[in-house]
Design a protein around this ligand. Structure first.
Ligand SMILES: Nc1ncnc2c1ncn2[C@@H]1O[C@H](COP(=O)(O)OP(=O)(O)OP(=O)(O)O)[C@@H](O)[C@H]1O
Ligand SMILES: CC(C)(CO)[C@@H](O)C(=O)[O-]
Ligand code: BAL
Length: 283
């Protein structure tokens, strides 16, 4: 089985019109490519609940706040299409940047509040780029359901807010983080880690799960977070941009008895890793 690759928007729209005329539901899995098992888990979830599944592959220039990061982002379209082939994806939509952002394109969607701390503070403009392209991808694909990974927890909250605020007729489905055997959350940027750094990258989730467990058992929050930050620094991570406990839904202060999330971004070997884990604080 091969995956049909569609590039022009008109071709995608013609395809989608045909599916919709038969009453078929459409799921979309937005990606920037360099696919791994995390992405494939989203595709499986989409296949399980939608008649048709579109995977989008677009390395969105507007969400990169560093030209170097954009230039170095892995681009592996042929391997991506091959990975999707056995899954029965109905279309791999690979739009041209010139069609997504033609000359004169000047609309930017900005979600306030939940996009501001953490990733928003450390990657200025990032979530404007994400919200704008996600709205475009929803409009281009006409999807009924869209699948996002919890690995990018804050992105998930931003997209949920976007859809609610703009009354977009898309259901957002959150899918759990897929981890390597040693616990490291799979991520396209992991490919840039040297073998040596990859060998101890799983210290990040190990430190986070331990801190989450300690705080869930009543350990003092600030002291636990400080100890976790210095464990990471001691293990060669740096800088640790943030390691914070926040309310899981608002990203404001974590409250006793409410679902909380421990979120972190830390550099290792010149690669920026992010992760998050659930915490339930005692009452
Ligand atoms: N390990 C994972 N488990 C579940 N979903 C994931 C995982 N990694 C990425 N995703 C999800 O896949 C979708 C596309 O993400 P993206 O293409 O940016 O890949 P990525 O691995 O997150 O890359 P990077 O973080 O390096 O940009 C997003 O919804 C993201 O949350
Ligand atoms: C959702 C997304 C595909 C938008 O470019 C991207 O932010 C990602 O891959 O998580
Ligand atoms: N997976 C999140 C997309 C980004 O880092 O730009």
């Amino acid at each position: 089985m091969t995956t049909p690759i569609i590039r022009p928007l008109d071709d995608l729209r013609a395809q989608v019109r045909g599916w919709k005329s038969r009453g078929e539901t459409i799921g979309v899995v937005p990606t920037m490519g360099a696919l791994h098992d995390g992405h494939l888990s989203l595709v499986h979830a989409a296949k399980a609940s939608c008649d048709r599944v579109i995977v989008t592959l677009f390395v969105n220039p507007r969400q990169f706040n560093s030209a170097e990061d954009f230039a170095k982002y892995p681009r592996t379209e042929v391997a991506d299409a091959a990975l999707l082939a056995p899954l029965g994806v109905d279309a791999l939509f690979v739009p041209d940047a010139a069609e997504v952002y033609p000359p004169g394109h000047s609309t930017v969607i900005s979600v306030s509040g939940v996009s501001e701390p953490l990733e928003g503070a450390h990657r200025p403009g990032h979530f404007d780029g994400v919200a704008t392209v996600v709205a475009l991808l929803f409009n281009m694909t006409g999807a009924d359901r869209a699948f996002f990974g919890e690995k990018d927890w804050q992105q998930l909250l931003v997209v949920q807010r976007l859809v609610r605020d703009l009354k977009m007729p898309v259901e957002i489905v959150a899918c759990p983080s897929v981890r390597a055997g040693d616990g490291l959350a799979l991520s396209s940027r992991n490919q840039r880690l040297s073998p040596g750094a990859r060998g101890h990258a799983a210290t990040l989730p190990a430190v986070m799960f331990r801190a989450a467990n300690d705080m869930g058992s009543g350990a003092e929050i600030d002291a636990t977070l400080d100890a976790a930050r210095s464990d990471l620094t001691g293990a060669g991570f740096g800088p640790v941009e943030y390691l914070e406990l926040r309310d899981a839904l608002t990203l404001g202060a974590a409250l006793p008895g409410q679902p909380a999330r421990l979120l972190a971004a830390a550099w290792l070997d010149g690669v920026r890793l992010i992760d998050n884990v659930a915490v339930t604080l005692p009452d």
